[in-house]
Design a protein. Structure first.
Length: 329
């Protein structure tokens, strides 16, 4: 069953005045955060509060996979961002070039038309909202709604006009490869070994499909709840090759209900990667913190986001109270 995290966003409209800075605040249980919108008077006035709420409203989808569009939204934001190359400066979430062929047809993006189509009505309801902002925000909302950490996010991505800006095929990780391939892909973006392992923890969510990647099954028994269970499963279960006609993958020996990819097993085979698998399996708070940082970095690669809407979690309740007092009149 889908266990959504607490709804993280206040759906109250921002004050009508909409000054240069608008601060919306919300309290969820014992958690507190503030959202700050920096919107200069001459810029587009997208109401990102409503965008977030609209995304949250469509996450629960009975009959789709495990009852949630969250995992496929995360994959969309990930794949839109993970094409970045630090040497050429090309790729990344700004541009949203997956709207066009050939990128839309790259094998790694199979099935993501489902996520793009589900988000299209939201795009049409919010004039001035870019696809790049929508897709990355959808990924972040999905993580948070599925009990994951709060992730800073900022608007300002500018969509490219056509497919001539698509990045070449092969910039995303191949699931059947080992440690060196992972480093080649992620180092190209500017990540280190710790960040590679942290981002791999997104496999706590979702599942593989034979009609997309060719692989089959979920990584954990709770594929709609963000946690460090992925790392615990990697370490604590015995994994054996799956006996089938599909691509090489592993299943748990004690039942075969969950699976791991060769690229997952690579994290336990490489000493530098396994160090972080061990840390994250033992410390969920550390994993959540590092994942938030790495995923924020991923979604901002190659983006010039100066002056956009900024969503930044605050941990001090005093800050929340002060902002609520100032802007909640």
């Amino acid at each position: 069953m889908f266990r959504a995290g607490a709804r993280l966003f206040s759906r109250m409209a921002a004050p009508a005045a909409r000054r240069n800075a608008v601060v919306a605040t919300a309290v969820v249980g014992t958690s507190a955060f503030a959202m700050t919108q920096v919107a200069m008077a001459d810029t587009a006035t997208v109401d990102y509060n409503k965008v977030r709420a609209d995304i949250a409203d469509i996450l629960d989808q009975e009959g789709y996979d495990d009852g949630s569009l969250g995992p496929v939204f995360i994959r969309l934001g990930w794949h839109a961002s993970g094409t970045y190359c630090k040497e050429s400066g090309s790729g990344g979430s700004t541009g949203a070039t997956m709207r066009f062929d050939p990128e839309a047809s790259h094998g790694a993006n199979a099935g993501l038309h489902i996520a793009r189509a589900a988000l299209e009505p939201i795009k049409q309801r919010h004039e001035g909202l870019s696809y790049g902002d929508l897709w990355t925000l959808a990924a972040i909302v999905a993580v948070e709604e599925m009990a994951g950490p709060k992730i800073p996010w900022q608007s300002g991505r500018v969509d490219k006009p056509d497919g001539s800006h698509c990045t070449p095929n092969g910039r995303l990780p191949d699931a059947d490869k080992g440690p060196q391939h992972l480093r080649d892909i992620f180092y190209r973006m500017g990540f280190n070994d710790q960040e590679i392992v942290a981002l791999s923890g997104a496999h706590s969510l979702g599942r593989c499909h034979t009609d997309r990647s060719g692989f089959d099954g979920p990584w954990t028994f709770a594929p709609t709840t963000f946690s460090n269970l992925y790392f615990q499963e990697l370490l604590n279960r015995e994994w054996v090759p799956k006996q089938w006609k599909g691509p090489h993958q592993f299943v748990n020996k004690d039942g075969g209900e969950i699976m791991m990819l060769p690229s997952d097993m690579a994290l336990t085979e490489d000493p530098a990667f396994k160090k972080w698998v061990d840390i994250y399996a033992a410390d969920e708070a550390r994993f959540s913190k590092d994942f938030s940082s790495a995923f924020c970095k991923l979604t901002e690669l190659g983006c010039d986001l100066q002056g956009g809407f900024s969503y930044t979690p605050f941990v001090l309740i005093t800050s929340l109270v002060g902002l609520a007092t100032k802007y909640g009149q």
